[in-house]
Design a binder for this molecule. Structure first.
Ligand SMILES: *Cc1c(COP(=O)(O)O)cnc(C)c1O
Ligand code: SF4
Length: 340
């Protein structure tokens, strides 16, 4: 077992034996009553919504271990626990808040911004986040079947303006490393792609995913590599996450993080500042702080724009500029994320 103590020698080879993460993934908690019992919160079981409010609970046990015992307001628990509030109707919160899901699914590739193409590499995730648009599209199967990748890569090959390929999802690291190898072989004859970016929550929620086989693959890629993590609270980091980040950096990746501003989880200047400081301790720089996508069932997480801006001002007043994320909202049809 490796730890990220300062000065520890970390190589891409360090860490977890290949394949173990799949077993850990299968052993995730999927029963809300069990989750509450593990945390000494069984008294809350009567308040659970029927049938998980239509979006299954899923959370790796290692992530549960980072939750505080006997605290119904734990910021990690609130991200995954089904709530009765999800059943409330809220005006403006729709099933397809991001608009273009049908198109995404059919093509597997989204090319909205100049120079960057985003590949929906997988529809699966290791964790089900209650605020996510995925709650209405629980497509379990992998969308990056070989045939679909071929089409997506043809699009990238035919457009020399694309210099960066973004693997997203779902979570692209839910794919096996063998699948990722297949994908990168398809990239080998596309010389205009010089950067590979991976948007993933797995190094945070299941750091065992960053195993030797994966880091070998990443280190060997003849591309610049950026890994954009997704953590919303400092408590999501522990020694295992630090070690996974160290392995990613040893494999040559630049590490960034995106968060979602979530009422009750991180809508507090101290929490946001602590998150930035903690991620920097793991060698990760803050990138985006997203305003919530307005998906049905997530209205109780929303923070209005005026408060969001005030929070960011408070964070800016206490941290160096490089630890302040950009506050953005995604608006369909715009040439980039919209800064607030
Ligand atoms: C968010 C997003 C990107 C990445 O945007 P950056 O500002 O480069 O992080 C690229 N393509 C699509 C379709 C996106 O939604
Ligand atoms: S896509 Fe990201 S935010 Fe959504 S459920 Fe998966 S890990 Fe969570």
């Amino acid at each position: 077992m490796i730890t990220a103590s300062p000065g520890a020698r970390i190589t891409p080879d360090s860490g977890v034996p290949a394949g173990d993460w799949r077993q850990l993934w299968r052993e995730s908690v999927t029963d809300a009553s069990e989750l509450l019992a593990l945390l000494g919160l069984s008294r809350l079981a009567a308040q659970l919504p029927p049938a998980d409010a239509g979006f299954a609970l899923r959370v790796p046990r290692g992530f549960v271990a980072r939750m505080r015992h006997d605290d119904p307001h734990d910021p990690l628990l609130l991200q995954v626990l089904p709530q009765l509030a999800e059943l409330d109707e809220a005006p403006g919160f729709t099933a397809d808040a991001v608009g273009d899901l049908a198109a995404r699914e059919a093509q597997g590739v989204l090319h909205k911004y100049r120079g960057r193409a985003l590949l929906i590499a997988s529809g699966s995730c290791a964790i089900n986040c209650r605020y996510c648009f995925r709650r209405h599209f629980p497509y379990g199967e992998e969308m990056a079947a070989a045939g679909q990748w071929r089409k997506a890569l043809e699009h990238v090959r035919d457009d020399a303006s694309i210099s960066e390929l973004i693997l997203s999802g779902g979570d692209p690291l839910a794919l096996s490393t063998a699948k990722l190898e297949e994908l990168s072989r398809g990239l080998a004859d596309i010389p205009h792609v010089t950067r590979l970016r991976i948007h993933t929550r797995l190094p945070v929620v299941l750091p065992e995913r960053i195993d030797a086989a994966f880091t070998h693959w990443l280190a060997a890629l003849p591309l610049q590599k950026v890994v954009v993590l997704h953590a919303n609270h400092a408590n999501e980091f522990d020694a295992g996450v630090d070690a996974a980040c160290a392995r990613l950096r040893a494999a040559g990746a630049t590490l960034l993080n995106q968060s979602v501003l979530l009422h009750g989880v991180n809508d507090d200047a101290d929490a946001l500042a602590a998150l930035s400081e903690r991620m920097f301790g793991a060698g990760v720089l803050p990138y985006y702080l997203h305003q919530l996508d307005r998906v049905q069932g997530a209205a109780h997480f929303e923070v209005d724009d005026a408060r969001a801006l005030a929070l960011l001002e408070a964070v800016r007043a206490r941290l160096p500029g490089y630890l302040v994320p950009k506050l953005v909202r995604e608006i369909g049809g715009e040439p980039s994320k919209r800064p607030l």
